[in-house]
Design a protein around this ligand. Structure first.
Ligand SMILES: Nc1ncnc2c1ncn2[C@@H]1O[C@H](COP(=O)(O)OP(=O)(O)OP(=O)(O)O)[C@@H](O)[C@H]1O
Length: 496
């Protein structure tokens, strides 16, 4: 990257340690005005830590930060905001008990005095309309009532909203991980438009396709260091994966096509509001995909099935213990005060017991086994769960579900934030466990992941609208049924 006067940001020799973990080990990074820089690396490579430092919300132990040619010595979030640097982090920062308009005001202090609420509402609505046409969000909606994808849209719109402070650089840390393909496309197209107007972006993503198609330059991190910086055009997927040091590129596993109905039915579930007829059926040993636009009733049906395992529920029948891998790990998944090992073991208490008490040795052994199996990066499994990077926290949720004795595993778009190498390993693991007789119900917003499924149900407006065997599955069919008839209106009726 050039080091000329057009650099908005320069980081030199940035270091950051967390106890024994060297999260950043002398990182240099330059972002030019009007450049879109893709930042990739395995889970725990140091990407979020670096971005926290750039956004002023994390401090560097060593190194220099230069913004628009001036070295910053007392850098902070407020200073970053003044200098036009914004960030959308993985851990969404909206206040759940405030409305969308009230949240917009938090980062735009100039929205004050009489009528601030109206002005704030107008600003955020205009930005949402510009980035995500047909978003279905009202500025008076309470954020806690919104689906995770909608919260992500508000967070993005707020970051791009301009009031008194300038806007030069927006850091987007896995912004599409909770968006469906349609909404993700809207966001990436907007990022390109913003870049065209001179606003720089740093895009962090594990979806390498979107990095290659959206960014001008790509920076690859590995183990706290930048290991490659080049024009996006100089990379392809295989070179990126190899540079990240992840798993070698493998052909997609793909589920072996086989006839349904050879094994017992483990789950039968009719979505609420679905007329008689269509229902989801899962046979033992099947991997069943739930597809469609985000927030169209997939999560709700998974939660209904989860609850039906302990209490009777009309229209839902399950015939084995159930575990759930939550997609929204912040609110539904992790126990934030507990250690990594405790978070893994909580679904396996019966097998971890010795007499009446829990055995710490058995708990530690279970956690160690899973640490090795899916590569949870930590020096100590007794550390607090929040010490893990986002993707590694998600791996813990997998370990919890797969390490339990549940015959039915429900997965609520669980691969968000998981790096490509681990994803491929987890896909293999799911297929292997399915062969052993476990049944998986897998809601995913990633088309590629549906190829691991034996059978796919497409959802729209809370109902099943298509029922596809693996042999008839195509992206076109999924998209068509996601939008059919009610067109863009479908995207507005989020039913979660
Ligand atoms: N608050 C913290 N306490 C202890 N260790 C931390 C803390 N924050 C980050 N780390 C460690 O620093 C390293 C880098 O984490 P970071 O979140 O920057 O990775 P990342 O590249 O963003 O990963 P991911 O793709 O999973 O989001 C990891 O080993 C992580 O466990």
């Amino acid at each position: 990257m050039s080091e000329g006067s057009s650099a908005i940001v320069r980081l030199d020799g940035v270091e950051r340690h967390f106890g024994a973990v060297r999260a950043l080990d002398g990182v240099d990074l330059t972002v030019d005005a009007g450049a879109c820089v893709g930042l990739v690396g395995h889970n725990g490579a140091g990407k979020s830590t670096l971005m926290h430092i750039l956004a002023g919300s994390g401090r560097a132990d060593r190194g220099r930060i230069t913004i628009a040619g001036h070295e910053e010595t007392a850098y902070s979030v407020a200073r970053a905001q003044k200098l036009g640097i914004r960030c959308v982090f993985q851990e969404l920062s909206l206040c759940p008990n405030l409305t969308v308009a009230e949240n917009a005001r938090i980062t735009h202090a100039s929205l004050r005095g009489i009528g601030w609420r109206r002005r704030s509402a107008a600003l955020i609505r205009a930005k949402l309309d510009e980035i995500f046409p047909g978003h279905g969000i009202d500025p008076s909606d309470v954020v806690g009532d919104l689906a995770i994808g909608q919260r992500q849209m508000v967070e993005v719109a707020r970051a791009f909203t301009v009031t008194d402070d300038p806007l030069h650089l927006v850091i987007l840390d896995e912004p599409t991980s909770s968006l469906d393909a349609h909404t993700a496309g809207q966001l990436l197209a907007f990022v390109r438009r913003a870049v065209g107007q001179g606003i720089s972006s740093i895009l962090i993503s594990h979806m390498l396709g979107e990095i290659l198609s959206t960014c001008d330059q790509v920076v690859v991190m590995r183990d706290g260091k930048v290991v490659a910086t080049d024009m996006a055009a100089a990379f392809d997927r295989d070179r990126l994966v190899a540079t990240m040091g992840g798993a070698k590129h493998r052909d997609k596993a793909g589920a072996a096509a086989r006839a349904r109905g050879e094994t017992p039915v483990m789950v039968q579930a009719r979505p609420r509001g679905q007329a008689a007829g269509a229902e989801l059926v899962a046979h033992q040993g099947e991997v069943i995909g739930l597809a469609g636009l985000a927030g169209h009733g997939q999560t709700r049906l998974l939660l209904d099935i989860y609850r039906a395992s302990t209490a009777r529920r009309a229209g839902v029948a399950v015939s084995a213990p159930v575990s759930l891998v939550a997609g929204d790990r912040q609110t539904d998944g992790i126990f934030p005060l507990w250690s990594i090992a405790e978070n893994i073991g909580i679904r396996s208490l019966a097998s971890l017991r010795r007499g009446l008490l829990l055995s710490p040795e058995r708990e530690a052994a279970l956690a160690r086994a899973w640490q090795q199996k899916i590569g949870i990066r930590t020096p100590d499994l007794d550390n607090n769960i929040l010490s893990l990077s986002g993707g590694n926290q998600q791996k813990v949720l997998f370990a919890r579900a797969l390490g339990s004795d549940a015959g039915i595993v429900l997965m609520d778009d669980p691969m968000r934030g998981v790096d490509i190498g681990t994803k491929l390993e987890v896909y293999d693991l799911i297929r292997e466990e399915a062969r052993k007789g476990r049944t998986f119900l897998w809601y995913t917003t990633e088309m590629d992941e549906l190829e691991n499924c034996d059978h796919v149900y497409v959802f729209r407006n809370g109902r099943i609208v298509a029922d596809l065997a693996q042999s008839e599955l195509t992206e076109e069919k999924v998209i068509q049924s996601s939008f059919e008839e009610d067109g863009p209106e479908a995207a507005r009726e989020h039913t979660r």
